[in-house]
Design a protein around this ligand. Sequence first.
Ligand SMILES: Nc1ncnc2c1ncn2[C@@H]1O[C@H](COP(=O)(O)OP(=O)(O)OP(=O)(O)O)[C@@H](O)[C@H]1O
Ligand SMILES: [Mg+2]
Length: 259
Amino acid sequence: MSQAILSCRDVTMRFGGLVALDSFSLDVHAGEVVGLLGPNGSGKTTFFNVITGLYKPAGGSIRFGDADLFGRPPAEINHAGIARSFQRCRLLLELSVFDNLLLGAHNRLHNGLLRNLFARKATQRSITSFIGTARDLCARFNPYIADRLFEPAGSFNMIDRRRIELCRALLGEPRLLLLDEPSAGMTHEETFSLMDDVTSFQRQRPDLSIILIEHEMQVIERVSQRCVVLNFGKKICEGSYREVTNDVQVRKAYLGDDV
Ligand SMILES: Nc1ncnc2c1ncn2[C@@H]1O[C@H](COP(=O)(O)OP(=O)(O)OP(=O)(O)O)[C@@H](O)[C@H]1O
Ligand SMILES: [Mg+2]
């Protein structure tokens, strides 16, 4: 297999006495979809918060391509090519879809105040081109959104809000996309439909790697090539969907000792 695009070694994150991530190591290769599993409170979201720079880990190393991202600030990590969606919807519902997308596009539209003030034509051009890009991207997920780019995000149903969040993450053309429970708040069918959107997007961008946190096991089975299971911040299993779901430790972690 190709060299890993993301390489985390012995990453440890503590909150006081609680070890939320305990020497966790993970490699992700270009174009791979890795399912990150584990019971509630096992450290999955913490891992995303650590690699995106929201939390500063106590130890370990995080390499992304050639860059050392350990302890770097979120904007720099995003600029390096890592984008994410959140477990809970993070759209500003009163703002338009376009404004929400704009908020996620600071690494594309880094004009700066002075340039915006004095090079107005160039700023206008970059906004116009951004509108085109945003519209094209939204249309890939749902033409209905692309046609309503200037309507409030709150006027869309849950699956479209999730699509808008995905577009916001993808607008920066990341190389690694972190999806934290995209199914939250959606029906089974909506979740499958959203994941099909992601899969078809990835077919056009085969280098895009994805780490997917998801409790819906059928979603994991459908889209991930490899699964990693956390329990109490430790990796307890790694392998194909079939391997991890048949693993005794994993079954114990989810079901208790009655396995
Ligand atoms: N900011 C924080 N301060 C203190 N403890 C935290 C913080 N963030 C997470 N934790 C704790 O770290 C542990 C791991 O939490 P995390 O949110 O990563 O779990 P998770 O695997 O994402 O769970 P879920 O499936 O419920 O989303 C939990 O015990 C949680 O209470
Ligand atoms: Mg979580």
